[in-house]
Write a protein of this length. Structure first.
Length: 229
């Protein structure tokens, strides 16, 4: 069988493909995977694109698609997603769904879920209405969303990345929060000071037990959903 004419798997990233950007120090978080994947998805979907949650405007110059976000000044549609028509649209959403129904953007609280069904309903709206989608979120942040996805994984088209390595230069035995004037400061604020590695899974059978901020900073397991099967 001749494999030479097969299209490369755009979902598969190698370490040299990780996306590094000073905003949010992406090399320390799941953003180094999510933005790299999102850029590839946008290359393949250039028409009728709408983004739920203002993320790409912080990493991409001259964003051409509409961005729905009730809180972010970089959004082009300052409204809630449930008020918008997503029919026949290509919908992109990066680490936004898990925050819906929480107090994250209204107060200084973190991971305080006030509406257990909000994130689930938002994801279902995208899955049911969009012509095509790419939705990512870190597993372990919203336990109600995680539980619904776990129960419906067999119905979802998805892939995942799991962080298996995150290490930094600890010369002098200091912590990542050492004085920046120190000769041996651990440069977690530069990509050169950190090494990370993610495993790719194209067949996700379960997300149970995956945690947020454990054992590494931020998201450790990122699920990408492309729609219903």
């Amino acid at each position: 069988m001749n494999f030479s004419n097969r299209e490369p798997n755009w979902r598969l990233l190698h370490p040299e493909d990780y996306f590094h950007h000073p905003y949010g120090h992406t090399w320390n978080t799941e953003r180094e995977i999510e933005i790299a994947i999102a850029l590839r998805w946008l290359e393949r979907n250039q028409q009728d694109v709408v983004e739920v949650g203002a993320v790409m405007p912080y990493y991409q110059d001259n964003v051409k698609h509409e961005v729905i976000d009730p809180y972010d000044p970089r959004a082009t549609i300052r409204d809630f997603m449930e008020n918008q028509d997503l029919l026949i649209m290509n919908v992109l959403s990066i680490s936004t769904i898990e925050h819906i129904g929480t107090t994250d953007y209204a107060t200084n609280e973190r991971q305080n879920i006030v509406d257990e069904d909000a994130a689930i309903n938002a994801l279902k709206q995208i899955l049911d209405d969009a012509d095509n989608c790419l939705v990512s979120f870190p597993v372990g942040y919203n336990k109600f969303l995680d539980a619904w996805v776990e129960e419906n994984l067999d119905k979802l088209k998805c892939f995942a990345y799991k962080k298996i390595l995150w290490t930094f230069n600890n010369e002098g035995g200091q912590t990542p929060h050492a004085n920046k004037n120190s000769e041996y400061h651990i440069r977690t604020d530069t990509p050169e000071g950190v090494k990370s590695l993610w495993n790719f899974y194209d067949n996700v059978k379960s997300i149970k037990g995956e945690k947020y901020r454990e054992p590494f900073p931020a998201g450790n397991y990122v699920l990408f959903i492309e729609g219903w099967k």
